[in-house]
Design a protein around this ligand. Structure first.
Ligand code: NAD
Ligand code: UDP
Length: 335
């Protein structure tokens, strides 16, 4: 039984998924920016079920109310429609700052907005963290390594990013966001955590998000010999919460070091979906990283964290989620 079935089952039997009781001293007021998105909504589930008070702030650019609707009305939950490019005045103890388009088609759709979200949006959240004395965790990305010249990448690698290429709005936006975190830490004493997240997939990920898994599952085509490293929201969410509550302020890679070529991946998805699709080879996109793999020794050693969900299990769950979404779309077309 996967988490989507689990949550929808709950909506039939009782009003909300089960929430642990936390005493007032252990209960935190937590802000999740981008909390209606793919990763943010899984993080919302974990923190709500752990018994915290969660405020989700989202402008619904790529996120959806549906991803968090099972919490609407719960006394520990609040959903605010707000753009982080505008200042935000609330009182919280921790901030998970995830608001940002995450996949190339989404972040390239409006590069200026992507830059504003990652720069002004991050500045606003750091300003908020400073004012209320909250700890802020930035959801950074493996894209800060660009098209890397070293393999695998550890946190000391400075990256190889084209500052004026089509991906720069995101890559450089996140690099500045990291820079701002450490400026606020040094100058203002703000407690920061920086997670460099590698490609993650799973339920609630946008079907036309343009990333490798969603493309392949939707009988997509692709196939240059890039390599990808994928892992699942439950692994990622555990890594983010563990990093937030640890004392490591320097960047930490969170990803799956198991390496697959894109072609292997296409073949695996094709066989799991039992699809008749052909694999088609297209010219590569500009500045697309050729190869990436996280060195996760730091996360393992300092957080005791590593991904545990097997790839096929994760793919099967995602395929089920996408099939249900396609069915849902088809049914709604005729209403
Ligand atoms: P997503 O698109 O599903 O979620 C991003 C959320 O941010 C959406 O709900 C969107 O509506 C919201 N948002 C965007 N701009 C906003 C703004 N200006 N104000 C308020 N809300 C805004 O993407 P995701 O995969 O869940 O990614 C979450 C975070 O993790 C992002 O910061 C992304 O850069 C980072 N990350 C994700 C991956 C991955 O593989 N999923 C990898 C590396 C980094
Ligand atoms: N900010 C915010 N919420 C707060 C405090 C600040 O959104 O609770 C914004 C504020 O509007 C400013 C940014 O965060 O644009 C940076 O704030 P900071 O106090 O660091 O800088 P200053 O306002 O002194 O320039």
């Amino acid at each position: 039984i996967d988490e989507v079935c689990f949550l929808s089952l709950y909506s039939f039997t009782q009003k909300y998924p089960p929430v642990k009781f936390l005493s007032e001293k252990d209960r935190k007021r937590i802000l999740i920016t981008g909390g209606a998105g793919f990763v943010g909504s899984h993080l919302t589930d974990k923190l709500m079920m752990d018994g915290h008070e969660v405020t989700v702030v989202d402008n619904f650019f790529t996120g959806r109310k549906r991803n968090v609707e099972h919490w609407i009305g719960h006394e520990n939950f609040e959903l605010i429609n707000h753009d982080v490019v505008e200042p935000l005045y609330i009182e919280v103890d921790q901030i998970y700052h995830l608001a940002s388009p995450a996949s190339p088609p989404n972040y390239m759709y409006n590069p200026i907005k992507t830059l504003k979200t990652n720069t002004i949006g991050t500045l606003n959240m750091l300003g908020l963290a400073k004012r209320v004395g909250a700890r802020l965790l930035l959801a950074s990305t493996s894209e800060v390594y660009g098209d890397p010249e070293v393999h695998p990448q550890n946190e000391d690698y400075w990256g190889h990013v084209n500052p004026i290429g089509p991906r720069a709005c995101y890559d450089e936006g996140k690099r500045v966001a990291e820079t701002m975190c450490y400026a606020y830490m040094k100058q203002e004493g703000v407690e920061v955590r920086v997670a460099r997240i590698f490609n993650t997939f799973g339920s609630r990920m946008h079907m036309n998000d343009g990333r490798v898994v969603s493309n392949f599952i939707l009988q997509a085509l692709q196939g240059e010999p890039l390599t990808v490293f994928l892992f699942l929201p439950s692994d990622l969410v555990n890594g983010l919460v563990s990093l937030m509550n640890n004392n490591i302020s320097s960047p930490v890679n969170l990803g799956n070091p198991e390496e697959h070529t894109i072609l292997e991946f296409a073949q695996l998805i094709k066989s799991l979906v039992v699809s008749r699709s052909h694999i088609q080879f297209l010219p590569e996109a500009q500045d697309d990283p050729q190869r990436r793999r996280p060195d996760i020794r730091k996360a393992k050693m300092l957080l005791g964290w590593e991904p545990v969900v097997p790839l096929e299990e994760g793919l099967n769950k995602t395929i089920q989620y996408f099939s249900r979404e396609l069915e849902h779309q088809a049914n709604n077309q005729y209403i």
